[in-house]
Design a protein around this ligand. Sequence first.
Ligand code: PXP
Length: 240
Amino acid sequence: MLTLGVNIDHTATIRQARRTVEPDPIAAAVLAELAGADGITVHLREDRRHIQDRDVRLLRQTVRTHLNLEMAPTEEMIAIALDIKPDYVTLVPERREEVTTEGGIDVSGNLDRFSEVVARLQGGGIPVSWFIDAEPNQIQAASKTEARFIELHTGKYADAKSETEREKQLEVLRSGCEMANFWGLRINAGHGLTYWNVYPVACLPGMEELNIGHTIISRAVLVGMERAVREMKLAMKGEL
Ligand code: PXP
């Protein structure tokens, strides 16, 4: 069954805009779960621009579904993950100056180091997912690291300016899924997915979880978190 991981980073973005205590991402996670979220996702960035260490620690105690911690594969983050023990981690590239994660991580160019990172995290009981572009060399490399999951970067599909380009990017994702299925990797996807473009991605073969943030929080600001999450679950089934 396809599941929805709600990325609540941007509730923390609003809080950090004033360096205050509201809105609290912990409350956002509770409401998202009540509305049917299957998982909660947060990205603890090196610069702590939105989610804070305190959020991840509290979410570990309060999340009733599963907690996916997005992080860069740095020593600092590996130590935090091994301490807090999220249900799984998604390893992402990170550049301080970027507005959001801009591309997939280069697993194939860092195979030895990244295999060691996977061994440490999975050895500590935390399944690993690599956030990668749907490129054959990256998918094969992810499999070589023995990570359990990949998360296919859907940014190019989401940003496509024409129907032809969108179809082309969807086919790239479809081939990526077929290859990941062949290599025995479990498949998640995310980035740039919206109420309007999510359904074709939800239908890709072997897709397990979609991690979606910006569009849900944007709608939640206007209509409330519970309605925003319920509507995304409908959109994923093509019923919105
Ligand atoms: N997956 C990953 C790995 C991400 O870095 C992000 C953005 O934080 C998302 C999914 C969610 O993307 P969006 O906010 O565009 O839905």
